[in-house]
Design a protein. Sequence first.
Length: 222
Amino acid sequence: MWKAVAMTLLVVGAMNAGAAGSSEGQSEAGEQAATPGSAEFAQKQASERAKQALAEHLNIAASEITVAQIEPRTWSNSSVGCGKPGSMALDVITEGYAVSLAAQGKTYRVHVSAANAVVCREPTLRRNASRQASNARGLDVMIEKARQDLAQRIGVEPTAVRLLGTRPQRWADSGLDCPREGEAVVPGPVNGYRISLKSQSRIFTYHSDLEDVRACPPIEAQ
């Protein structure tokens, strides 16, 4: 009888130890999934900051807001693509996320950087300021197009492509100093930008006219 009781206690002890070990393993796995520094962790943090910013803007609970989409972005200045009338922005390359949120039957845009989270609205600007803002937004779009194009061509994720800098450029014609084969080139001048990107320890240059981007020299030739 005592032998049977001892065996029962040993089995129960082993089961409890196994359950504890399983719980610890699950806890460790959960911690690994949310490891600071990972892309998943950064996106989760950005989503939460975006929801909190919109909640304060609308004066509602963050739990009433859902994330529709989030994607990495690079902006040409500290306004993160959400400049407001009369506001000042630093000409500094700013990395972050564009987050689309749904709340109260509407969709909102919140841009998140390391410094802040901004609820984007379309401001009413003077003509000159409006033109400058339009150019800035156009450059942001061209930067993202260049990143997507480079990522696809060299087989990496867009998040692995970093912006080194941009420089205003006036091209002599629509070929942007890198005409494509068979392209009908129209004389300029054409205003645009030179965009420098880096990935896998290599630097790539793109030419833009705020409507299109092209690697120069072509990626295939590098």
